[in-house]
Design a protein around this ligand. Structure first.
Ligand code: HEC
Ligand code: HEC
Length: 427
């Protein structure tokens, strides 16, 4: 049976709190299918056959070498399809003991992302075209379908040995019949065809299922003038900080206006910037002092000196649901939203708070090789002001900004309006 999204959103939140809720009112809300998906109590919605298969695949732990890892292990719907824990990087591979190299991004609000281009038009219509678009922190995947093959085959993630390995598991698994119905009975005859259909299915699920783009935050209520969307004083002040070129200036990159392809308020302009997040020694790969994650210029299609202007650049992520995260930035170095905001405010005025100090000298930008530090972005609040000078935001500004960013969390439930409030409105 179908439920309206409003009711279902409430159930999802409740399920998230309780940790697990497979049924409500004795009724199954997993929307058909008998797989792992039900554990996460996704709302019942009408999906295309491909997307229905994609939902099964997304939650299917048998598609991993360990038998214990699915897409949802790292991209947990209860955390806006981001990581469920505060690990900088997750453990995967056959024994779930091989560390990743980057923090897990949220999969929400990815559906408008265009493929990467060195000169993508900026949605603000003012900025000059520059590197933008694409999936992963460095943009190397042009589509959601293309992206899905990375975790399926990565030795430190789901660690399947080959495409054939994945297809064999699907063919023997619980979705085999549904897969055949969606893509034709002969789909399994060719490994490459079957594999690419699996990727298409995962993409269709992410594009079609409203749980990936609910647009039901307090911010959305306010933007569409709905009841419950009235900002508090603190939220208003925080929004002003966000939009003030001299204080937060967050909107300059986490752009909240009309975006590309008819999108709105995505809180990213898909651009890439080097902001010099400190090196994170929690990531095992970083124990090798010569190893650097160079972002866009670390891609195989952007290698070497000719591409040095792309070194150190990472994608500007959406800030929707950012307050639900426990790790921040491409290397998961920051562990709270307040800390991430403080970094923006004091990276330049108090670099000793963020980078190692050796023999009294601050090793600023310790995760960007010296040869590429000229790529570090100079926009406010990271405008390169002198150490010891006044930071752009006051303590109050930072607190307000954090309060504002919390309005970007989905599944917001307005408190019931008080009688007094209603009376006031009538007069
Ligand atoms: C072991 C944890 C893990 C698993 C399992 C995993 N992912 Fe990811 N995912 C990541 C990480 C880490 C990144 C960032 C990768 C990078 O930047 O190179 C990512 C990035 C992505 C992105 C790009 C998001 C963006 O902001 O550009 C998509 C889409 C995605 N994953 C989908 C999937 C799908 C579909 C599956 C299952 C087939 C999956 N992931 C399984 C960890 C995981
Ligand atoms: C010059 C462009 C730019 C500006 C201005 C900017 N950001 Fe960012 N933001 C980025 C980029 C690029 C990243 C990813 C950097 C990385 O991981 O190395 C990022 C990442 C983040 C993250 C981590 C999100 C996640 O999913 O891990 C937060 C939080 C954030 N920004 C908040 C803000 C706030 C708040 C402001 C305003 C005070 C702001 N940003 C201003 C470009 C910008």
């Amino acid at each position: 049976m179908m439920r309206s999204w409003g009711t279902v959103a409430a159930i999802v939140v409740a399920a998230g709190m309780a940790g697990f809720a497979g049924t409500v009112d004795g009724e199954n809300i997993g929307a058909g299918g008998s797989g792992e998906a039900q554990k996460f109590a996704l709302p019942a919605v009408t999906l295309s056959p491909a997307a229905r298969v994609g939902r099964e695949l997304f939650f299917d732990t048998s598609l991993s070498a360990s038998g214990r890892m699915s897409c949802a292990t790292c991209h947990d719907p209860r955390f806006a399809y981001g990581p469920p824990n505060d690990r900088a990087v997750q453990l995967g591979g056959p024994a779930l003991s091989d560390a990743g190299t980057r923090a897990v991004p949220s999969l929400r609000y990815q559906e408008y992302t265009p493929p990467y281009a060195d000169l993508l038009d900026n949605p603000d219509g003012i900025s000059t075209p520059g590197p933008g678009g694409g999936f992963t922190w460095d943009g190397r995947s042009p589509t959601l379908a293309d992206q899905a093959q990375i975790p399926l085959l990565a030795p430190n993630e789901m660690a399947n040995r080959s495409r054939a390995d994945v297809v064999r598991k699907i063919r023997r698994g619980s979705q085999a019949r549904e897969f055949g119905e969606a893509f034709g009975a002969s789909v399994f005859e060719n490994v490459n065809t079957a594999f690419s259909k699996a990727l298409e299915a995962l993409q269709a699920f992410q594009k079609e299922d409203p749980s990936f783009h609910p647009y039901n935050s307090k911010y959305d209520l306010r933007a569409s003038n709905k009841i419950g969307g009235t900002f508090t004083e603190a939220e208003m002040r925080g929004f002003a900080v966000y939009n003030d070129p001299k204080r937060g200036n967050c909107f300059a990159c986490h752009y909240n206006g009309a975006g590309l392809n008819g999108s709105v308020r995505l809180f990213t302009d898909y651009t890439y910037a080097a902001i010099g997040v400190p090196r994170n020694m929690e990531i095992p790969a970083n124990r090798n002092a010569r190893h650097f994650d160079l972002g866009v210029c670390g891609r195989t299609d952007h290698p070497g000196r000719a591409n040095e202007r792309f070194c150190g650049l990472f994608k500007t992520p959406t800030l929707r649901n950012v307050a639900t995260r426990k790790v921040f930035f491409h290397n998961g170095k920051m562990k709270s939203l307040a800390e991430a905001i403080r970094f923006y405010n004091t990276r330049d005025t108090n670099p000793e708070l963020w980078y190692p100090v050796v023999d009294g000298i601050v090793r600023k930008f310790d995760d960007v090789p010296a040869a590429y530090r000229h790529n570090i972005d100079g926009q406010a609040p990271l405008d390169g002001r002198a150490a010891g000078s006044q930071p752009p935001m006051s303590a109050q500004d930072m607190a307000d900004l954090e309060v504002f960013l919390n309005t970007l969390n989905d599944d917001y439930h307005a408190p019931p309006p008080s009688l007094a409030g209603l009376m006031l409105k009538r007069h």
